[in-house]
Design a protein. Structure first.
Length: 556
């Protein structure tokens, strides 16, 4: 893996620790190796994206290796669908694991052998207590736990029972294998933690080969060790588990990676719990895992977010040691900043109002429009202009407030890339609603011609009525109405009922009719939009608003 010279190494505490490890030759010259270890029991969300960016970024910047490893140790919740989606998401985010896709379940035989070693050393035993009994005797933060009545079984009996557990002789929940550490330890995780439990379920990868499954605490360090991981980067909730991670590896005397914890990503107006996200999907509060309002990677991809923007966001928020609530406006800033540089401009009218330019000839004129002022290499395009155009309904007011610089009766405004027009007449229907404007244009004010010094304060966008293409536009807002919905007991009642507005009669520039799913544009004055990958067909164009042109949430 070559070092990415376009990326400046973040001087966060993890990078500083790795610098010291390299300086002291802690790993005897071994290549720095990190991993992303998801459980295949759901779709990845943006919190996972931060972890992917961090772990892959370390491997990239220190010219090391980055592994994708599935911690598939719970057959009752895991599916191949999740495996496939995670691989797709990690690749899309730019996490280059090359051909290194690993599965914890492929190490089960080796883990079983190590469990036998601990039993033989008198460091593990089979417990007949139920899960409730184990929980009740575990103690509290201020009271020690109580030893199991089965804690002092002989090595021979434990070996026999553990083998019979593997052979499927016992029912779920009747026996566990526990490490024998210290029931009085101030760290509850060291009070004889469970290493194996009985689970008679079909595994998505191993089938019926196993009916005992390792817990995360037992499997995590062993998987890291097998793969030669040097730095096992975890979120803060695993900090109190690190002594157990170390204990298992030290007792076995095998390669011992360094576990380092950092603060997970928490976004405001969002829930990140897999359980809550699953509930939103199953109870139809959202349109599946890839709903653009969801914080899932597939959701933000469908919404139009770019991998580079996510990487930039991860760089902006940095790596911390304390949990905090991150303002989603920072994420939206990173999206805007990236799309501003790369998205082609276009004009779209979401709520059309007809304008007839009475003194314009019955011909079509092709006007020149810049594709992206941030990148001249993107060139320009021609847009048709004629006697009848469409503007936004909100770009005309009969009785405007002070500071309104768009079209008013008798007022003038510039049409983007075109001419200055003046409103001469307002046509209304029987209900008194404005349905048409009659305007005149000044032929000397063509945009870019330099033949007129006439100036007006307002510029509005438009599309040619004859050439415009119909489209559906979906406007997305925050899914929740409060900053930290996950902390509220009634969190489902806090869903923003206006988080999606579907406009079925939008009209767009004609060149957009050939847009492909996933392509991104800036609709001038409206925001950044992406062609929807789910509902766009050959007969119907659907655009999702990725993000507005500026953060308007604070004004609401």
């Amino acid at each position: 893996m070559e070092e990415n010279n376009n990326v400046t190494k973040s001087k966060n505490f993890i990078y500083e620790l790795i610098d010291k490890d390299i300086e002291s030759n802690r790993w005897d010259g071994k290549t720095i190796c990190t991993r992303f270890p998801p459980e295949p029991n759901g779709y990845l969300h943006i919190g996972h994206a931060k972890s992917i960016c961090l772990n892959y970024g370390i491997a990239r910047d220190f010219m090391g290796r980055f592994n994708l490893r599935f911690d598939d140790t719970n057959p009752s919740k895991e599916e191949q669908e999740y495996v496939d989606s995670i691989i797709e998401d990690v690749r899309w985010l730019g996490g280059d694991f090359e051909d290194r896709v690993f599965f914890g379940s492929d190490y089960f035989e080796k883990m079983y052998g190590w469990a036998l070693e601990l039993i033989k050393k008198g460091k593990a035993y089979v417990d007949d207590q139920t899960a409730d009994e184990i929980r009740q005797t575990r103690g509290t933060l201020t009271e020690p736990g109580k030893e199991s009545p089965y804690r002092n079984r002989s090595v021979e009996e434990n070996l026999n029972l553990f083998e019979r557990m593997r052979n499927g002789e016992f029912a779920n929940g009747t026996k566990t294998l526990r490490a024998k550490i210290d029931m009085t330890s101030p760290n509850i995780n060291l009070r004889d933690p469970i290493m194996y439990r009985i689970v008679h379920e079909v595994h998505h990868r191993q089938g019926n080969k196993w009916c005992i499954y390792p817990t995360y605490d037992w499997a995590h360090g062993l998987e890291d060790s097998i793969e030669g991981i040097t730095h096992s980067i975890c979120t803060l909730e695993f900090e109190n588990h690190r002594p157990l991670y170390d204990w298992f590896l030290d007792e076995l005397g095998i390669h011992h990676p360094q576990q380092i914890e950092f603060a997970r990503l928490n976004l405001n107006y969002t829930v990140m719990s897999k359980r809550k996200l699953l509930q939103l999907v199953k109870e139809n509060y959202v349109d599946g895992w890839d709903d653009p309002r969801m914080p899932t990677v597939c959701g933000i991809r469908r919404r139009g977010y770019t991998p580079q923007a996510i990487q930039n966001f991860a760089e902006i928020i940095g790596v911390a040691k304390r949990d905090a609530l991150t303002d989603i406006a920072l994420l939206e800033y990173a999206i805007r900043d990236d799309l501003n540089k790369h998205a082609q401009r276009a004009m779209a009218v979401l709520r059309p109002l007809k304008v007839v330019i009475t003194n314009y000839p019955d011909t079509v004129e092709e006007l020149d429009a810049i594709n992206n002022p941030e990148d001249t290499a993107m060139g320009s395009r021609e847009i048709p202009f004629g006697k009848e155009i469409l503007i936004e309904q909100t770009d005309f007011m009969e009785n405007p407030p002070k500071g309104y610089h768009r079209l008013i009766p008798g007022g003038e405004v510039r049409l983007r890339y075109a001419y200055i027009i003046k409103c001469e007449e307002v046509i209304k229907n029987d209900k008194g609603e404005v349905v048409e404007l009659r305007c005149t244009f000044d032929p000397e004010t063509k945009s870019g011609s330099g033949t007129s010094t006439k100036k007006v304060k307002g510029t509005i966008h438009w599309v040619s009525a004859k050439h415009a293409v119909g489209a559906e536009v979906r406007l997305y807002d925050r899914l929740f109405t409060v900053e930290n919905p996950g902390a509220e007991e009634n969190w489902l009642d806090l869903i923003n009922k206006n988080s999606l507005e579907i406009i079925s009669s939008a009209l767009i520039e004609p060149f957009l009719k050939n847009s492909k799913p996933g392509e991104r544009y800036q609709f001038e004055r409206h925001g950044y939009f992406c062609v929807d990958t789910k509902y766009t067909t050959n007969e119907k164009l659907v655009f999702n608003r990725t993000v507005t042109l500026k953060d308007g949430w604070a004004k609401k």
